[in-house]
Design a protein around this ligand. Sequence first.
Ligand code: ZN
Ligand code: CU
Length: 500
Amino acid sequence: MNDLIFRQVRILDGSGGAEFIGDVGVSDGRINEVGTVTQGLAAKGREIRAPGSILCPGLIDTHAHDDGAFFRHPGMQFKLSQGVTTVVSGNCGFSAIPADPSKDSVAASGGILAGLEGEFTDLDGYYAAALARKPAINNMMLVGHNTVRSLVMGDNKGIPSDSEMQQMQQHVSHALAQGACGFSSGLIYRPGRYSDTAEVTELAKMAAPFDALYTTHMRNEGDRLLEAVEESLQIARDSGVHLHISHHKAAGKSNWGKVRESLQRVDAALSAGQPVTLDVYPYTAGSGRMIEYFNLDRVSEELAGVVRIASCKAFRHYEGRMLVDIAAAENTSLTDLVIKILTAPFGDRTLCIHFIIDEADVETNLAHADMMVGSDGIPDLRGKPHPRLFGTFPRVLGYYVRERGVLSLPEAVRRMTSLSAKTFGLSERGEIKPGYWADLLLFKPDEVIDQATYDEPKTEAAGIDMVVVNGQVALEAGQHLGVGGGQMLRYRRAPFGHSV
Ligand code: ZN
Ligand code: CU
């Protein structure tokens, strides 16, 4: 018997193949029948007719910072409303685990992981605590270098001693044994930037026995992008793991266009047999913790000129404004303004948005066959967050597929579902296939579009009919139903708490 039957919908099964019209039956959290449904509808079952709409697997956000959001915002409305049913958290070297409950859980990450609370120390503990809050969507985790390093070495800028290296390796290995999908680094951030290639390689090696990933926010995404790509490829080769390059971009006007060369290096590695994948967010601005981008002894006014304040506890009235406008209004220099913000109480937690990417590079990235989509959204709902938090996936479907024609709809769906699920070890997800978990998205292909803007970033997308998570309808016609059916996932294994 089916609990849910979708009748005569246009099906894109996630494989990249052409759409076909048919029925899909869902039973006990899983996809039961595809194409023709032969079994009946259970007594409390529901039949859904949506002629013209597309049914595809739930979308996968391969680049999330939702570790804390699962505690603070378990409804995950900013992801669910986009059709996202699974996120990969713990990116850029910042992960909720490992943790020492006696220490400040967000010391290393600043505002990025805000919301974490609880007595957990490892992945099992984090997963149990997150599940208890009945999350709306599924979560997979990476274990982050910055977190591990600050736990073991504090602010130490030196190279790790043998015993520190051993402790860090044990933390990484323990998280992978409990089901994390890989080891992430954020080598522009503190303390990751203090580490050399050898340190990262020795830690990435822990992923090899699990055939898991090394994901990286590379050491440089601007003037030295190509060197950073080489370093990433080298680390992955020497440690024997799959490389995933996060939010691939060429930052700063003088570097625009370099993503072509960078992708050529990736292609060369791929043809030499090295496994490499990437993700991108579909915007020309980045976002992160402001203090990481400025040297207070020598403030770059070029960068300050393209920065906008997202959230700022020290000066709430700066939120949503460009630094140039604030400086003009206050009759001060960009340098003095940056110093004033970052040295104020809590100023180091300021999140900013910086317009550093070329639109043509976004399209070059999206055209690459191994490019997935990751929002890189920072789930701080105060202030004016980057619109990618609410808009990333509908923007790809509506703008880059429908309006710009950069990639086809079946291909975009493949890159946001089956490719991501295979790469990140999301077992039995990412395709509409009998036996797979029923994570599904029903949307109107002619209407789907992001509506979040830099001025109104918390606006939900249009054209999303229904989102199903593990067989339960979680969102319908803009209504969040609060069913809390998300699971905590383990790499190539059954979800946490499930034996099959
Ligand atoms: Zn990053
Ligand atoms: Cu990130």
